[in-house]
Write a protein that binds this ligand. Sequence first.
Ligand SMILES: C[S@@+](CC[C@H](N)C(=O)[O-])C[C@H]1O[C@@H](n2cnc3c(N)ncnc32)[C@H](O)[C@@H]1O
Length: 224
Amino acid sequence: MQRILEPELMNEEEQARAYAAADFEEPHSHFIELFQAAFPGLDVTGFALDLGCGPGDIARRFARAFPACTVHGVDGAEAMLRCGQQIIERDREVHERVELVRGYLPGATLPRDSYDAVISNSLLHHLPDPAILWKAISAHAAPGAPVFIMDLARPQNREEACRLADVYMPGEPEILRRDFFNSLLASFTVEEVRDQLRQASLDYFSLELASDRHLAAWGRMPDL
Ligand SMILES: C[S@@+](CC[C@H](N)C(=O)[O-])C[C@H]1O[C@@H](n2cnc3c(N)ncnc32)[C@H](O)[C@@H]1O
């Protein structure tokens, strides 16, 4: 099945609210566990960057997992950031260590030039040009910084995408189910991401299927 693009930014109010209210406990805690397995024993300190942070659920979980780090999340959608800001303000454990900023990639102005870790979940499939993600990583990750990227993996066909939407979005609002289905169609295969990594000179990164609907790529930036 060919990739079918979906709208890049998630800036509809209803869409952002449904996404922020959804239960992502399973995939998002899996993201943190996979990061920890990819970099065993690592305690991230300093500043981490979450690219395409949405309402910041991964950023908050990352801040909780690594209490000595501050997380900056960047997203181009004001509606998503508004929802995220309200959630963060209520989260007394991490609210002083998570900052969400509005920025459109490429060219976003970030609070820092360089980050001690870079993470991203489910941004890649939104980008018409996937090179934008890998260029942002190369531009903002410090030498030696751990990088961990997770995204959906494109199924073989629409029927499989439909089945996955039935399995993983039962009882969720229709707008969320629609977005998930469209996201599956817009996502990349492992082979396509391998090619992207090659073009970005990051082909030494590890890359594998991380679940029946996710892929993950990770590695460290080269030392100076
Ligand atoms: C599916 S959401 C993922 C949100 C979050 N990472 C999570 O896992 O819950 C993808 C996010 O990427 C943002 N996005 C898409 N293209 C972008 C771009 N070029 N620059 C910044 N953000 C972008 C969207 O607005 C949306 O909030």
